[in-house]
Write a protein that binds this ligand. Sequence first.
Ligand code: AMP
Length: 182
Amino acid sequence: MGPPGAGKGTQAATLASLIGGAHISTGDIFRANVDQQTELGQAAQRYMDAGEYVPDEITNAMVKDRLTHDDAREAFILDGYPRTVDQVDTLDGILAELGSKLDGVISLVVDPEELIQRLLKRAETSGRADDTEEVIRHRQEVYTQETAPLLEAYGNRGVVIEVDGMGSADEVGQRIVDALPR
Ligand code: AMP
């Protein structure tokens, strides 16, 4: 977990290949569906373009389906999910059904101004419709209101692993590996 620009996508991909698990990024799945103009993509696009969350119903159904694929049987890294209280509840239910559990919640911590600078830089090359300054700032607000509180809930379960997300991707990646439970 972490606000937009914290480095979730980069770190999740590295970690998934390191542990040999599936990298499940809800943002990537939505973007692929938007590109392919699927029904799911059409339902999600206007929320994404505005920097709003896609409704829980849609997001939860998508993750539920994805977690039953073969590549997620042994291990998976969720990237960008859950983001709302309802998604936390749904994930608990899905994992209980699958007889699986969360080993940890990695929380990437980055200075707010650094987040904006990173995203503005990414905007130069990403081609993402939601990488405009106005939407970038809105996404930070949505994160603060809807998602940041989840860290407290997971904190109460004793599963949060806080990692300093400042510095290079390699430095942050090494901190994550060092912080993982053995
Ligand atoms: P991301 O690539 O994680 O920054 O996500 C890009 C956009 O996809 C977000 O701004 C949302 O519109 C949508 N999205 C991704 N994950 C979720 C989620 N768990 N719940 C709702 N919307 C999501």
